[in-house]
Design a protein around this ligand. Sequence first.
Ligand code: IPM
Ligand code: MG
Length: 405
Amino acid sequence: MMNASGSVEKAKEHFAKILNEQLARVEAMKNAPGWVDYKQLKPVVIAICPGDGIGVEISVQARRVLEHMLKDDLAAGKIVFRYIEGLTIENRVKHKKAIPDDVLAELKKCHVILKGPTTTPQAGDKWPNIESANVAMRRELDLFANVRPVKIPAEGVDWCFFRENTEGAYILGSRGIDVTEDLSIDFTAVTEQGSERIIRMAFEYAKNNGIKRVTAVTKANVVKTTDGRFSRMAKKVAREYEQYGIVQDEWYIDIMTAKLIDPARRRDFQVIVLPNLYGDILTDEAAQLQGGVGTAGSANIGKTWAMFEAIHGSAPRMVDEGRAKYADPSSMIRAAAMLLRHIGFPDKAARIDMALEVCVQFERKMSVSGRQDGATGQDFTDYLMSWIDNPELRSAWEKYTSGGR
Ligand code: IPM
Ligand code: MG
């Protein structure tokens, strides 16, 4: 057993290594490339990665919807699909890597990725405690913005969360150390560049969509240094957007979780920008209000690549209990819609969104419960696709939402 000062020296070395890596990352952010222009890409290559657990089932349904929407572009060779199978927990464990090298190389050859949920082990599980594939992919492809829209049209709720995706408590979440037998330390990091790029994206979204309020969520009264930096940056960027009539406010994460379930106040929030862990927590709560985490999709956007996924995990329990085919594919289909919008097909994306809202929140002829008493993902997707193709879709959606967004 090492003595205390030996343990401290070892921890210092570990910490020094992390600091140097993070300073290098800051330099890389300063020299980051410009945004990819999908219109210039011929073809646009879409990776389809089913993941594992219920990911396999729900990805098939999302892929069907994508294939249907992109029929003509696929036939004309403007869009190409590439199926990448290696993100299963078995394959990741075999290579003892969050993303095996060959899989990462394949992903990097594509432009956008539709990714099914992937199992994230925790100490004590049946799997070795490897890092989350999501977190690794966000870091490796520098997917810094996790954009999560949540809509409850009947209540006038239309939120768009901009979750910082490469820093905060997640950045070094699997690099913490047990300094001694009694002391464990994790790390959290926030950078000037990392906060600026996500906050700016939130403000740009507000500006481009005529939205007049951007809310930052922190716990800067307690987590003073890292959240403090995020909070300062939100105020700094906000000054540039005052000229567009956009106001910025800040809420602490605890009261914000309460406000989201306050029917009198929640519709007032519109664009919400927040550090990684708070974004993780708050978006599950928001998705539950929309109809469950199974209904929400998530876009992980970087300048070179973008990845689209469900906001939830791979639900291994559902698979063990033989319920995978009853898993709700809506989250992955939402993700597919976000992918389409991102690569330049806003009308197709809007049709999917409208059809999802009609099927999940209004008509509800068939609903998915995750169990035998609900529809299978496949039957639900057939139902959804019949609405996507229905010429009455827009007018039905407008009737249900009494006039639209
Ligand atoms: C999410 C998920 C992931 C996260 C997990 C699976 C690592 O909960 O995308 O919100 O915590 O980011
Ligand atoms: Mg989450």
